[in-house]
Design a binder for this molecule. Structure first.
Ligand code: C2E
Ligand code: CA
Ligand code: CA
Length: 805
């Protein structure tokens, strides 16, 4: 008989599962082994690890056996274990293991038997009782033998874990005596123990959680496995525990974390690594208005408010990648659209592989907090009574204005106001009325200045106004005048008309001081001079400015009267056709015959009239006067055309065409006798509006001339679209003709352009025969200037006309 063949046959047909392994890696297994673990063929088993055929909680214990055996240390050769099938199901088995030498190598051969079947278990346990007892004693798990529902035997591990001195202390006790009176589920330990043992006897195997009590009274959560068996023919229960306090702690921690997640005031968003929302807590819903189901699967971008730009988010992500954390303030938007400010912390949470797997964002709504902050800040920087900026904010604004002015080389004016007679009002009518007066004063000042100017109250009856943009001191003086005028109107307090007023001192940055304190001090000084000069007036800190401002203001007041007093006059300057010397038209130029100062040139009083708004009535006076003269000349048989100058300011008056039409009708003069001269600036300001107004004027028969051509920012594209008939070459180009080659080139270019656009050209300021000759040769159609005639009074003009051929 071939021995090796016989062994092979036994191996293949054995009912018991057999495998040979080296250091835990299966080398060969029989079909019964494959069947037992649910594999199709024994060949599949080679290379698998023995430990993988065991329930996870068994692996450490049995692994230790395998290690010991391999290194020749004594290890149990029979033991019970829980096996793990390929499909994950478990079964109880008995294992016998021994070492074999073969081909110079050593193997471990293990013989396994499924003992889950109760009958098989019983039979088997009776048979191998001795082996079993050894196994029981050596088991690293705390293990008991129960008979008649009492512990009759236990191993060392059991003694150790409960803190008793020896095995004897644990013998002949009911399981409930080693437990608290009640189990965590509320059932009495005694009743529950009886029930569990009953179930075991009925089913053979039973597993459950149990809380034990150590000798020192501390509690010990355990997972208990009870299996029914026969010992010496007596029904017994084999009882083993595993300490699960760690698992309990982890569970408790998870419950705690879940509790925090659910109950915290802070919103929590958990996203995966791509930023897709995985979960949100109830506070998230409360703050944002979005329910969990509305946002899970989306990204937090649905909350975006667009208060932050791309760069903000880029920096946030860079931080998150570099440090795994970001914190800061962020504006987001609730479901109802309202923006809110959140304080946000985002942290990356690593997965089991150590790489970031989740982002957890925790945020709180700080909008309200910020609002209160802002309120406090507002209170700190504003006057409680009037709501105006107080001294601190004034300092800030003034610093800022000076900073801006330094950069643009502009000026800043500080107006220091002190109310006249305030103390009298306060003392006679009481503080309450005094407060009302201050509030009203604040309102009136606010109405006189631009939004960009700062009005502040220093306290008491002192106010300060800061003007940021103005062209010259006259403009500042005008603002001061306006404030004085508006505060000199009476107001009603306690049913009485109360007259107050203010004196104003003005200091201008940088000449009167380069810092806020100096400017305020000098404005204050100037204010006292204003008071001394007789109240309800203003004074510049710098006296030379006073003189200038005073003259301008006087002039303005006088100009008002000049119209009524007949001090204004129109002079006329002829325009002549170059080729024939015939009269082409007349330009009306305004003159002011001042009773003391004599003739005041228009360049001195027209800007003044523009600033004060006086230009509007003044210009209509000009139109009216020109039409009156036209009518006279027409009666005398002179078919002259008159051009009048319109300022930019007047050109912005929508009623202009309609008013001119009314004047023409009243004077019985046709529109074709009138021409309008405008500068480029007037029309380029608001070109679309200009085109509309010009077209309406054209419809009345008026011709339009573009004055001072070449000095402005002539936009050729627009020029084409304006209904213009003539351009007037500015005197500055004519002055140096014919010697200046640049001017000559410019004049030729203008003439070319005009020809191309089919426009008439008038050269202004022609004083010499040489200039005249150059222009004639260059093809200029008309000429105006002292060479032919200066502007003349209407009466003298008649004479000039008569002298003409
Ligand atoms: P403008 O419209 O360019 O008027 C021509 C100016 O050149 C006039 O000065 C005229 O006296 C002056 N002038 C004429 N020929 C010569 C010359 O050969 N040599 C020199 N050196 N000057 C000459 P004026 O009368 O002082 O007017 C100055 C400006 O005042 C005018 O410039 C016009 O812009 C404005 N202006 C005059 N009257 C009125 C008016 O009624 N309304 C408006 N809005 N502005 C007016
Ligand atoms: Ca003109
Ligand atoms: Ca001109």
């Amino acid at each position: 008989m071939d021995v090796s063949q016989t062994i092979k046959g036994l191996f293949h047909s054995a009912v018991d599962a057999i495998c040979a392994h080296r250091d835990g890696t299966i080398v060969v297994a029989n079909p019964a082994f494959a069947r037992l673990f649910g594999y199709a063929s024994a060949d599949d088993m080679a290379g698998k690890r023995v430990l993988d055929t065991l329930a996870p909680e068994e692996r450490e214990r049995i692994g230790e056996f395998i290690r010991r055996r391999a290194t020749g240390i004594d290890a149990p050769s029979f033991y019970a274990a829980t096996g793990l099938r390929r499909d994950g199901s478990r079964f109880e088995m008995e294992v016998g293991a021994s070492m074999f030498q073969g081909d110079g190598e050593s193997f471990c051969v293990a013989v396994l038997r499924d003992i889950s079947d109760a009958a098989a278990a019983k039979r088997h346990l009776v048979e191998s009782e001795e082996r079993f007892r050894n196994l029981f004693k050596l088991s690293p798990d705390p293990t008991w033998i129960i008979q008649d529902n009492r512990f009759v035997e236990c191993n060392r591990a059991a003694v150790a874990i409960l803190g008793y001195p020896d095995e004897d202390s644990l013998k002949n006790v009911h399981p409930s005596e080693l437990s608290p009176e009640f189990q965590p589920d509320g059932e009495a330990s005694f009743t529950k123990a009886e029930r569990m043992m009953g179930l075991t006897m009925a089913n053979g195997l039973h597993r459950f959680e149990w809380t034990h009590k150590r000798r020192d009274g501390s509690l010990l959560p355990a997972e208990v496995t009870l299996s029914a068996t026969l010992l010496q023919g007596k029904p017994s229960i084999y009882c083993s525990w595993r300490d699960i306090s760690e698992r309990h702690q982890a569970e408790a921690q998870m419950r705690l974390a879940a509790g925090v997640f659910d109950s915290t005031q802070e919103g929590i968003v958990v996203t995966d690594i791509d930023g897709t929302i995985v979960s949100v807590n109830p506070a998230f819903t409360r703050i944002t208005g979005y329910a969990g189901c509305e946002v899970i699967g989306k990204t937090p971008a649905i909350l975006k408010s667009h208060h932050q730009d791309q760069n903000f988010y880029r920096a946030m992500w860079a931080d998150l990648r570099a440090r795994g954390e970001w914190r800061g303030e962020l504006w987001n938007r609730r479901k109802d659209g309202e923006a809110y400010l959140e304080w946000l912390t985002i942290s990356a949470v690593n997965g089991p592989d150590g790489k970031p797997a989740r982002f957890v964002a925790v945020f709180s709504d700080v909008t309200e907090l910020r609002r209160k902050d802002d309120q406090i800040r507002h209170q700190a920087y504003h006057d409680a009574l009037t709501g105006l900026p107080n001294r601190f904010l004034l300092g800030d604004r003034l610093d800022h204005a000076m900073e801006m002015a330094r950069r643009t080389q502009a000026q800043v004016a500080v107006l220091f106001l002190d109310l006249d007679r305030f103390k009298i009002v306060n003392d006679s009518l009481g503080h309450h009325e005094g407060d009302k007066l201050l509030v009203e004063v604040a309102r009136r000042i606010g109405q006189t200045v631009r939004k960009s100017d700062t009005v502040s109250r220093l306290g008491g009856d002192e106010f300060v106004v800061v003007l940021g943009t103005f062209s010259d001191s006259t403009e500042v003086a005008l603002v001061a005048e306006k404030i004085i005028a508006s505060l000199s109107k009476p107001l009603r307090l306690s049913g009485k008309a109360v007259h107050t007023g203010t004196s104003i001192g003005i200091a201008v940055f940088p000449q009167d001081g380069e810092d806020a304190a100096t400017l305020l001090k000098n404005a204050d000084t100037a204010m006292y001079q204003a008071k001394a000069a007789g109240r309800s007036c203003f004074r510049f800190f710098d006296r030379s400015m006073n003189a200038l401002a005073v003259r301008r203001l006087e002039l303005e007041a006088q100009l008002r009267q000049a119209m009524e007093a007949g001090q204004l006059e129109l002079h006329y300057q002829p325009k002549v056709v170059v080729e024939t010397g015939a009269l082409a038209g007349l330009e009306a130029l305004l003159r002011w015959n001042h009773p003391e100062q004599g003739w005041i040139p228009p360049m001195e009083f027209i800007p003044l009239a523009e600033e004060s708004g006086l230009i509007i009535p003044l210009s209509y006076w000009v139109v009216e006067e020109a039409c009156r003269h036209l009518a006279q000349w027409r009666k005398a048989g002179i078919q002259a055309k008159v051009a009048i100058n319109l300022s930019a300011r007047q050109f912005h008056d929508d009623k202009l065409p309609q008013r001119i039409e009314a004047i023409l009708q009243r004077c019985k003069v046709p529109g074709s006798a009138l021409e309008i001269e405008l500068t480029e600036g007037s029309v380029m300001d608001e070109p679309r509006r200009a085109i509309v107004i010009l077209q309406r004027l054209r419809a009345l028969g008026l011709r339009i001339s573009l004055d001072d051509f070449g000095t402005g920012y002539s936009s050729l594209a627009y020029l084409k679209r304006f209904p213009i008939s003539t351009v007037k070459i500015d005197r500055s180009f004519v002055m140096d003709l014919p010697d200046d080659p640049e001017d000559a080139a410019i004049v030729r270019a203008i003439l070319d352009l005009a020809r191309g656009l089919n426009l008439d050209v008038v050269a202004e300021g022609v004083e010499t025969a040489e200039q005249m000759e150059f222009l004639r040769a260059a093809g200029c159609g008309q000429i105006q200037g002292y060479y032919f005639s200066p502007p003349l009074p209407a009466a003298e003009l008649g004479e000039w006309l008569r002298k003409k051929p």
